[in-house]
Design a protein around this ligand. Structure first.
Ligand SMILES: [Cu+2]
Length: 134
């Protein structure tokens, strides 16, 4: 099911990626123990703005630094200490270990962006702290 969603959204996201001018700064993440992949996250704009489209761009590498393609990658947008309901953004593969998707934060302030990556039984979960501008 998740695979089908990724497939449908991919062409739209590729178009959006082509209109990008500047790559955003790479954020610092906290990997959960046992992560099989290295996860780098960029958000555009940085910082994200409340209730406006934010592009989440993930680069996935294995422990040897090689790009990991064909993984399932998602971003959960959470607020620590507040139940905001589930807000998951599925990131589509761009090739070369890059994944991208667009979502919105429904509030300003301190958030956690939790990136989950999965491929053939190997996983990674990395938490990034992001402060959303009003
Ligand atoms: Cu909130």
């Amino acid at each position: 099911m998740r695979f089908r969603l990724v497939f449908i959204f991919a062409p739209v996201l590729l178009l959006a990626a082509c209109s990008k001018s500047q790559p955003a700064a790479e954020l610092k993440g906290s990997p959960a123990p046992g992560a099989s992949f290295q996860v780098a996250l960029r958000v555009q704009p940085n910082p994200p703005k409340y209730n406006q489209d934010t592009t989440f761009h993930v680069t996935l590498k294995d422990s040897a630094g090689r790009p990991v393609e064909d993984a399932s990658v998602s971003a959960d947008l959470l607020m620590p200490g507040m139940d905001m309901g589930e807000h998951k953004v599925v990131l589509a593969p761009l090739g070369g270990g890059d994944y991208e998707g667009v979502g919105r934060f429904s509030m300003g302030g301190d958030h956690e962006v939790v990136i989950n990556a999965y491929k053939a039984g190997a996983t990674a979960k990395v938490v990034f702290n992001v402060t959303v501008a009003l």
